[in-house]
Design a protein around this ligand. Structure first.
Ligand SMILES: [Zn+2]
Length: 326
């Protein structure tokens, strides 16, 4: 069974019986135009609000089934020791990281169950295998509008395979900088990665980080960013307060510093890590910091994939299962 789902976004329009054939043609023309612009630039930063309205009017019935009207769904995929987070709105989706190649089937199964047919944005936070291991699979299985990754050097085989797959695709490539804005339907992703990272021993601190906002609800997602990046985000003039924090670096004590936590002041924390992983993630210090601050903790190693749904005013969180710790 082929997994090829090279579906294009073109050709989506509604029939309005009373408005008639001419209006249908007009809507179709507007949608074609909007999609061409969107694909060229990889994000809708340059699309005016009136053009965005046209996109919303013309969104397909398939996409509408993915999330309820006006909702944003964020799925923290149980990908073992790694990261993969899927953000879906009615109109668009963003996949942040792909997990390790050993977890390929787990990733594709969740993307299938979330009815993903086209990926508007693939974000590869940094070149570590536990984040980009299925980058080539994603590029070869789906049509991808834009790929975002930081401009850092890496000589690993996994990264060269990923870059090769990106280069062989039609996707737009971007290296986002602090302050850049991407629209995922009616959700807004603001890049908060500091531009002044000096850490060259690991790529973790160069991880693409973002504040994802949907209505009055927001999430902080920063890949494997550690203390250096967190300190710079605290020092920068960024409004970090958010409802949900995905703890960086799988709950390592080198991240989720107290100063960063204080600024975010989250209600919920998500930790993505493998059961009984060799690094001991999440570290006890991080769990203690979260518990001391009365943050409700969700863990993929214990609860499987975790879904947070925002309606713009409230967030409801559910988990796939309650795995027993062994
Ligand atoms: Zn990692």
């Amino acid at each position: 069974m082929s997994r090829k789902r090279k579906l294009k976004k073109h050709g989506k329009f509604k029939i309005f019986p009373l408005i008639g054939f001419i209006l249908c043609l007009l809507l179709y023309f507007i949608q074609e135009h909007t999609d061409i612009v969107n694909t060229m630039w990889g994000h809708s930063e340059i699309i005016s609000s009136s053009e965005q309205e046209s996109t919303e009017q013309a969104s397909s019935s398939i996409e509408k089934e993915v999330t309820a009207e006006g909702e944003m769904k964020v799925t923290f995929i149980d990908i073992g020791q790694g990261d993969a987070t899927l953000i879906q709105t009615e109109e668009q989706c963003m996949l942040i990281d792909t997990g390790s190649s050993s977890e390929k089937e787990a990733l594709l199964t969740v993307l299938d169950s979330c009815q993903v047919t086209y990926i508007d944005f693939l974000v590869l936070t940094h070149p570590d295998e536990d984040h980009i291991g299925n980058g080539n699979t994603i590029m070869e299985t789906y049509s991808v509008g834009a790929v975002l990754y930081p401009e850092v050097e890496s000589d690993t085989k996994a990264w060269s395979i990923t870059l090769n797959a990106i280069n062989n695709s039609d996707a737009v490539v971007e290296h986002p900088m602090e302050g850049d804005i991407y629209y995922i339907g009616d959700a807004v992703a603001e890049i908060i990665t500091p531009n002044t990272i000096t850490d060259t021993t690991t790529k973790n601190n160069a991880s693409i980080g973002m504040k994802l906002t949907h209505g009055s609800k927001s999430f902080i997602l920063c890949g494997d960013a550690e203390e250096e990046a967190e300190n710079k985000m605290v020092s920068a003039n960024i409004y970090l307060e958010a409802d949900v924090l995905k703890c960086s670096h799988h709950g390592s004590a080198t991240a989720t510093t107290q100063a960063f936590l204080d600024r975010i002041n989250p209600v919920y924390a998500i930790i993505s890590c493998g059961a009984n992983n060799k690094y001991g993630h999440p570290h006890a210090e991080v769990l203690a910091r979260l518990e001391d601050d009365d943050v409700q903790i969700y863990r993929t190693d214990l609860q499987g994939s975790i879904t947070a749904i925002s309606d713009g005013n409230n967030i409801r969180i559910s988990s796939e299962s309650n795995k027993e710790e062994n």
